[in-house]
Ligand binder design. Structure first.
Ligand code: OOG
Ligand code: NI
Length: 479
């Protein structure tokens, strides 16, 4: 039995290699990382409780590790190839995002680790978009784009061979994993030379800047990486002082006592020198830097309310600067409870339930049959809320690990200049996307729901409060 390096370890190495490559290629991204580090340090110094909480969750050491990156591909074969490549690193396609409605001709998923241990080790994920060529109206141009894409191979022979080896053996040795990381990285590298001539680039660019970005290069260059910040408002405010131009507004919900979902902002993509196939010199802008701050995952009911309030706020904040935009969000989101217990009782967010030390004592008493000290409590009538009220169970919000289509569209759009922002007629087509991917995407909400349900079942069982054990109690009492 050969010994394999774990997919989590491979992902960790890959994300670090990607970060090193991106910092070397995009110096301004290094500046953003320094700013984020400074702001995070100040946030920790100013809030020792936060520091202690992060330390307790082993989060301090990983604070500087990037949380996500993004790429865009042009064909079904490329998307399916990426699914196989990311599988080597324990990353599965989670979620379906339709961006056409917001005027961006792509649909997307996020390749990410799924289970808690893997997320804790390194949560690195890649937001991956597939260009929807069918949305190009000009038939001739559409066919030309498809031809160009059909003739490129975005994976190196070595990467392909190692993906196959991983699939055949069920893993990669340390040495193969090392080679895999280096080979896989090649797919995401920037190319200063376009594969097409200047007139072709211009024709595609005129259709949509994004189409030119996907079609005219050898592969899907990583277009941004995203570290985690502890204070996104401070980073947004301080970017200009560091010589970085931020996008106009922070995407997502407002700042809150109980942070929800995901807040993001980025700096504007840089203009970079490109040499075209006809030796014409020109420029192209694609690469930027982003930051994120994550909060709790919302249930379908919570998400529905978020989407509704966000739509209202966006209507009112057209054209406003970030400070004013945040003020509108604050006002509108007063309608969304900002208290953990309320969020839980109203079923708006997902929670992870654990036994407290007091709960552990009850569990031990239950197991050893010494429930005398609990005689005053009719356990059969104690439900989860009562167990929380008695201090036996703690409820910890589950962190949102996914993306938000409206925010993603905002990030795209901030880098697309004045490209069209009215929606495309073609509506969301998840089936087409999954067909191209060669697999179904995992439903992100089901992941959170399952985790919450499992944790609830665990504590209720430990306390002898689930259906099975109450039945046992009942018969023991009557016997
Ligand atoms: C992806 C933009 C979306 C996010 O974090 O929502 C995104 C792209 O520009 O390719 O990265
Ligand atoms: Ni992003």
């Amino acid at each position: 039995m050969p010994s394999f390096l774990s997919p989590d370890a491979i992902r960790d190495r890959f994300s670090r290699a990607m970060s090193a490559m991106y910092q070397a290629e995009v110096p301004q991204y290094g500046t953003l990382l320094e700013l984020v580090e400074t702001v995070n340090r100040e946030a920790l110094e100013g809030d020792p409780e936060l520091a202690a909480r992060l330390e307790a969750h082993d989060d301090l050491a990983r604070l500087g590790v990037e949380r996500h990156g993004a790429i865009r591909v042009g064909t079904a074969a490329e998307l399916a190839g990426l699914r196989r490549l990311f599988a080597v690193m324990g990353m599965q396609p989670v979620g379906y995002y339709d961006l056409a409605a917001a005027g961006v001709p792509v649909h997307s998923t996020a390749f990410r680790p799924v289970d808690d241990a893997a997320l804790a080790r390194n949560p690195f994920r890649v937001f991956t978009s597939l260009l929807r060529l069918e949305l190009i109206e000009d038939t001739q141009l559409r066919e030309r784009a498809a031809d160009i894409l059909a003739s490129r191979q975005i994976f190196t022979p070595e990467a392909l061979a190692l993906i196959e080896r991983h699939e055949a053996q069920g893993g990669l040795s340390e040495e193969d994993a090392e080679r895999f990381v280096a080979a896989a990285l090649e797919t995401f590298r920037w190319h200063r030379e376009a594969t097409v001539d200047w007139p072709t680039y211009c024709a595609l660019h005129d259709q949509h800047r994004l189409i030119a970005d996907v079609v005219c290069f050898r592969g899907p260059h990583i277009n941004h990486l995203t570290p985690r910040t502890l204070d996104i408002d401070a980073v947004q405010r301080r970017m200009p002082q560091a010589g970085i131009t931020p996008k106009a507004v922070i995407e997502g919900p407002p700042r809150r006592a109980c942070p929800i979902l995901l807040r993001q902002t980025s700096f504007k993509a840089l203009e970079e020198e490109i040499r075209f196939a006809d030796l014409q010199q020109g420029s192209h802008s694609a690469r930027f830097g982003e930051i994120e701050q994550r909060g709790m995952a919302l249930t379908p009911a919570g998400r529905e309310r978020y989407d509704r309030l966000l739509a209202t706020a966006r209507e009112r904040s057209q054209g406003l600067d970030n400070a004013a935009h945040q003020q509108v969000l604050d006002d509108v989101f007063t309608a969304f409870p900002d208290d953990a217990a309320q969020l839980r009782r109203h079923g708006l967010a997902y929670f992870d339930y654990r036994l407290t030390p007091a709960g552990e004592a009850v569990r031990e008493a239950t197991e050893s049959g010494e429930r005398a000290d609990l005689a005053v409590v009719d356990l059969a009538t104690v439900d989860l809320e009562a167990a929380i009220a008695r201090g036996w169970v703690s409820a910890q919000p589950i962190t949102y690990e996914d993306f938000l289509p409206v925010s993603a569209a905002g990030i795209f759009q901030s880098n697309l200049g004045d490209a069209r922002s009215d929606g495309y007629a073609g509506h969301a087509n998840r089936d087409d996307f999954e067909q191209a991917l060669g697999a179904e995407v995992i439903d992100e909400l089901a992941l959170y729901a399952r985790r919450e349900a499992a944790s609830r079942q665990r504590v209720m069982h430990a306390l002898g409060l689930d259906a099975q054990s109450t039945e046992g109690l009942g018969s023991a009492a009557s016997g």
